[in-house]
Design a protein around this ligand. Structure first.
Ligand code: NCD
Ligand code: ZN
Length: 356
C-alpha cells in the first residue's frame, strides 16, 4: 500500500504577505500552495504591510483572507510596544498573539522586556501567545513566562541550546509548546554556504550538530511548522536578501522521506502537523476532510512548478520520495494531482473553540 490517508494538516506558521506585498504571495496563491502541500488550515503571521496590530488592520487582513483563501485560515495579531490592551480585546478573533522579540523581516519588534510582560499579562491565558525568540532572548522570555505562569508557544527552535531551554522550562513547570521548521530539520550551515545570499532566514540555518539535535529531541517538539516566508528570487539574490523560505509544498514529502529512512513514523508526522496544532491553537475539527499521499511517488523540486508566487525553493533540485495526491476539504475535492480545484474564497475562518 503506497496510498495513505491523512487528516487535513495545519500549518501554524505561514506568511501570506496579503495585504501589502502581494508580489511575493497573496491569500489565493499562498493557500493554493497550502492545499498542494496537504494543508487545509494555515495560521497567518501578522508581519504584513500594514502589520496586523489593531481592529482596523485585523479587519483588513480578514477581509483579504475571506476573499482570497482557498483553504481554512486563522490570523495572528502582532504585539507592539503600545497595543497590549487593544490586542487582547481582539483575542477571540485571532489565531494567537505573535511577539517578535528578535529582529526579522518587517517592522514588528518588541525589544523591551517591559512590553513583553504587558502582553503576557493582558492576553487571555487560554489563547496562544507565540514568540520569536532566539538564544538568550528565548531564555529571558521563558523565565518571564514561568514567573507569570503564562503558557507560551515558541516558534522555530533551531539549535540544541534552544531545545534544552524549552525542556528546562518544562521541568520548572511552565506550559511551553514549540515548533521546528522543515528547513532547520533538513538544511544546515553547509547548505547556507552552498546557497549564498538566498540562504538568509531567521533563525539562521544552524550547525549540522544543531540539526541532528532537533531530530534527537523530536519527542520534545510539539509541531512541525513551515514558516512559509515567500520572497521573490530577485529579492533573494539582491544585495540585501530578505530572510525567509517558501515551505508549504515540500514539507510533507521531506517528512515522508524521513519516514522511509526510519527516522520518523507516520504517527509522528500526524501528531505534529495535525493533532498538536489543533489542540494548542484550539481549532475546530474539519468534517469530511482527508489528505491522500502516495508514499512511493518520487519527484524533483523545481521552483516554477510550485503554486507559491515566490516560485523558488531552498530544496531546488532535491529528489523527494512521497507526494500529496489529493485533498478533500469539508466534503469538496479541492486538490488533485497538481491542480488546485478550490476557488479563492472557499476557505473559511477557523473559529477557535471555546476553551474546555
Ligand atoms: C519571516 C518573513 O519573511 O516574514 N522570515 C524568516 O526568515 N523566517 C519572518 C519570521 O518569521 O521571522
Ligand atoms: Zn515566520
Amino acid at each position: 500500500m503506497t496510498r495513505l490517508r491523512l487528516p487535513g494538516l495545519v500549518d501554524v506558521h505561514t506568511h501570506m504577505r496579503d495585504p501589502g506585498q502581494t508580489h511575493k504571495e497573496d491569500w489565493s496563491t499562498g493557500t493554493a500552495a497550502a492545499l498542494a502541500g496537504g494543508f487545509t488550515t494555515v495560521l497567518a503571521m501578522p508581519n504584513t504591510n500594514p502589520p496586523v496590530v489593531d481592529r482596523r488592520t485585523l479587519d483588513g487582513a480578514l477581509a483579504a483572507a475571506a476573499a482570497g483563501a482557498r483553504c481554512d485560515y486563522g490570523q495572528y495579531v502582532g504585539a507592539t510596544e503600545t497595543n497590549a490592551g487593544e490586542a487582547a480585546a481582539l483575542a477571540p478573533e485571532a489565531a494567537g498573539l505573535k511577539m517578535y522579540l528578535d529582529s526579522t523581516f518587517g517592522e514588528l519588534r518588541l525589544p523591551e522586556p517591559a512590553a513583553w510582560s504587558r502582553h503576557l499579562e493582558a492576553w487571555p491565558e487560554d489563547r496562544p501567545v507565540a514568540v520569536h525568540a532566539e538564544g538568550s532572548t528565548l531564555e529571558a522570555v521563558l523565565l518571564m513566562a514561568t514567573r507569570l505562569e503564562r503558557p507560551i508557544h515558541v516558534c522555530h527552535l533551531s539549535t540544541e541550546q534552544e531545545v534544552l531551554l524549552v525542556i528546562e522550562a518544562r521541568e520548572r513547570g511552565l506550559a511551553v509548546t514549540c515548533e521546528v521548521t522543515p528547513h532547520h530539520l533538513f538544511l544546515d550551515a553547509s547548505d547556507a554556504t552552498r546557497m549564498g545570499g538566498p540562504a538568509a532566514v531567521r533563525p539562521p540555518l544552524a550547525t549540522a550538530a544543531d540539526r541532528e539535535a532537533l531530530w534527537r529531541h523530536l519527542a520534545d517538539i510539539d509541531c512541525f511548522a513551515t514558516d512559509h516566508a515567500p520572497h521573490t528570487w530577485a529579492e533573494k539574490t539582491s544585495d540585501t536578501p530578505p530572510p525567509g523560505f517558501p515551505g508549504l509544498e515540500t514539507v510533507v514529502a521531506l517528512l515522508l522521506g524521513a519516514v522511509d529512512e526510519g527516522r520518523l513514523a507516520i504517527d509522528d508526522l500526524v501528531l505534529r502537523l495535525h493533532d498538536n496544532p489543533m489542540r494548542i491553537f484550539g481549532l475546530p475539527d474539519q468534517a469530511d476532510t482527508v489528505v491522500e499521499v502516495d508514499t512511493a511517488e518520487t519527484w524533483t523540486v523545481h521552483g516554477p512548478d510550485l503554486h507559491t508566487r515566490a516560485a523558488w525553493s531552498p530544496f531546488e533540485g532535491r529528489r523527494l520520495l512521497g507526494r500529496v495526491i489529493g485533498v478533500t476539504l469539508r466534503g469538496v475535492e479541492v486538490y488533485r494531482e497538481g491542480e488546485v480545484l478550490a476557488a479563492p474564497g472557499f476557505g473559511r475562518k477557523a473559529r477557535a473553540k471555546e476553551p474546555e
